[in-house]
Design a binder for this molecule. Structure first.
Ligand SMILES: Nc1ncnc2c1ncn2[C@@H]1O[C@H](COP(=O)(O)OP(=O)(O)OP(=O)(O)O)[C@@H](O)[C@H]1O
Ligand SMILES: [Mg+2]
Length: 389
C-alpha cells in the first residue's frame, strides 16, 4: 500500500497541510484490499493505522463518490464517517487522491471549531494535487529500484550458471568420456584404471561443487560474521587458486559494540567485493599473493585488496567501462536486461560493474589502482556516516 519512502513523503505532506490550513488533524488515507487505511497523520498519533472497510461504511460511500467535499457543521449521520475514523465531529474537508494505482485515496482535514473558507478549500485542493504528483513520482522511482534489483539478481544467476557450466559440467563430461572409452576398449584392465581415475575426478568435482555452494551464500556470513566468512574465503582462495591471502581486519567502533557485526548488507557487500577481487587477481593477473585490509581512515570504512599480479594498463578506462555498462540500463529503463547485458558484453565481464554497483548501493565508492607489472589495488570506501554512526 505504502512503502517506507512513501509513508515518509505522506507524513511530510500531512504536516505541511496542517501548517497551511491550521486544522486540528490531517489524515492521508489510501485504499488497499477493499479497505481504507490511514497511512499518514498529522499530528502523528491521530487515527494513524486505522482501517475502515469500503463496503458498508459512511467513509466508503464518500470515497466512492470521488469528489471534493466540504462539511460545515456535520451532525448526526453526516458525522458518521468522522466517528469511523475515531475523530470528533467538526468542520471538515475531503479531497480525493488519484494515485494512478489500483484504488486511490483521500486527503482529510478536520477542525474543531472554525469553518473552512473558500481560500482554504482551493489551497487544500492544490495540496492534494501536489501530493498525488509526488506520490506517483515516488512510486515510479520505487519500481525502478525494484526492477534494478531484479536485473542484478538475474545477472548473478547467469554468472553462476556460467560457472557451473564451465567448471562442473565440463569436468563431468570429461569423466564420462574417460569411462566410455575404457568400456568401448573391451579391456578389463583399462576399465579398472579408468574407474580409479573417475573416482578421483568425482572427488574433485564434489569439492568444487561444495566451494560453489559456499560461494553462492556463505553460511559463515550469516552465522559467524564477516571475519570468519573472510577467513574461510581466504582458505578457499588458497585451495582453488593457490593464492596466499593475508587478512587484516580492524572494524569500526560501532561494529565492536555489536559483537563484531556490521550491517548485514554492508557485510555482504564487503564479502562479495573481496571475493570478486581475489578471483580476478588469480584468474587474470596470475597473482600469488593478496593483502586484504579492512580499516577506518578519516571517517571512512576502507576495504582494500592488493594483489601482486600482472597489473592493468589503464585502470581508469576499465572502471569507466564498468560504469558505462552499469549505467546503461539506468539510462534506458525501457530496454531492461538486454541493453545492460549487451553493454556489459562490450565491456567484458560482470565482475567490476557488480562491485561498483554494490559499492554505490551502500553509499560508497569503488576505486581501482594499478600499473602494469606492479599488481592492482581494488578499494571500497564507505563514509562511516552512511553506517548510521
Ligand atoms: N586484479 C586484476 N589484475 C589484472 N587485471 C584485472 C584485475 N581485475 C580485473 N582485471 C581485468 O579487468 C577485466 C574485467 O574484470 P571483471 O571482473 O569485470 O570481468 P571478468 O573477470 O573478465 O569476468 P567475470 O567477473 O564476469 O567472471 C578482466 O577481464 C581483466 O582483464
Ligand atoms: Mg571478474
Amino acid at each position: 500500500m505504502a512503502t517506507r519512502g512513501e509513508r515518509w513523503l505522506l507524513e511530510l505532506m500531512a504536516d505541511r497541510a496542517r501548517r497551511l490550513l491550521d486544522p486540528s488533524i490531517v489524515l492521508v488515507i489510501l485504499e488497499a484490499d477493499r479497505e481504507l487505511h490511514v497511512v499518514a497523520a498529522s499530528p502523528e498519533r491521530a487515527a494513524r493505522a486505522r482501517v475502515v472497510p469500503i463496503e458498508g461504511s459512511a467513509l466508503g460511500t464518500i470515497y466512492r463518490q470521488g469528489k471534493p467535499l466540504a462539511f460545515e457543521r456535520p451532525l448526526g449521520a453526516q458525522a458518521d464517517w468522522l466517528r469511523e475514523l475515531g475523530l470528533e465531529a467538526g468542520p471538515a474537508l475531503i479531497q480525493p487522491l488519484e494515485t494512478g494505482q489500483p484504488g486511490g485515496g483521500m486527503l482529510v482535514a478536520v477542525r474543531r471549531e472554525e469553518s473552512f473558507r473558500d481560500a482554504d478549500m482551493s489551497a487544500f485542493a492544490a495540496l492534494a494535487a501536489n501530493l498525488t504528483q509526488r506520490l506517483a513520482a515516488e512510486r515510479l522511482a520505487e519500481q525502478e529500484r525494484l526492477r534494478y534489483g531484479v536485473q542484478q539478481r538475474e545477472r548473478e544467476r547467469a554468472r553462476w550458471a556460467r560457472e557451473l557450466h564451465d567448471d562442473t559440467v565440463q569436468g563431468l563430461g570429461a569423466l564420462r568420456m574417460t569411462l566410455a572409452n575404457a568400456r568401448d576398449s573391451g579391456d578389463p584392465q583399462q576399465v579398472l584404471a579408468a574407474a580409479d581415475q573417475v573416482i578421483e575426478g568425482l572427488n574433485r568435482e564434489v569439492v568444487s561443487i561444495r566451494h560453489l555452494i559456499t560461494e553462492l551464500r556463505p553460511a559463515a556470513l550469516d552465522d559467524l560474521g564477516l571475519e570468519a566468512a573472510l577467513a574461510a574465503l581466504a582458505r578457499r582462495a588458497q585451495d582453488v587458486y593457490g593464492l596466499e591471502v593475508a587478512l587484516e581486519l580492524s572494524l569500526p567502533a560501532q561494529a565492536q559494540e555489536q559483537e563484531g557485526r556490521l550491517d548485514g548488507e554492508l557485510e555482504t557487500t564487503i564479502y562479495r567485493i573481496i571475493q570478486e577481487a581475489l578471483s580476478n587477481a588469480s584468474r587474470h593477473a596470475h597473482a600469488t599473493r593478496a593483502d586484504v585490509r579492512v580499516f577506518v581512515r578519516e571517517g571512512d570504512l576502507v576495504v582494500e585488496i592488493q594483489d601482486n599480479g600482472s597489473g592493468i594498463e589503464h585502470p581508469e578506462r576499465l572502471l569507466q567501462g564498468a560504469r558505462e555498462a552499469r549505467e546503461s540500463s539506468a539510462a534506458q529503463p525501457g530496454k531492461g536486461v538486454e541493453a545492460q547485458e549487451s553493454a556489459e558484453r562490450r565491456y567484458g565481464g560482470y565482475g567490476l560493474p557488480g562491485m561498483r554497483e554494490r559499492a554505490e548501493l551502500v553509499g560508497g565508492e569503488l576505486q581501482l589502482e594499478s600499473q602494469p607489472g606492479r599488481g592492482a589495488t581494488v578499494r571500497l570506501v564507505v563514509p562511516l556516516a552512511q553506517l548510521g554512526a
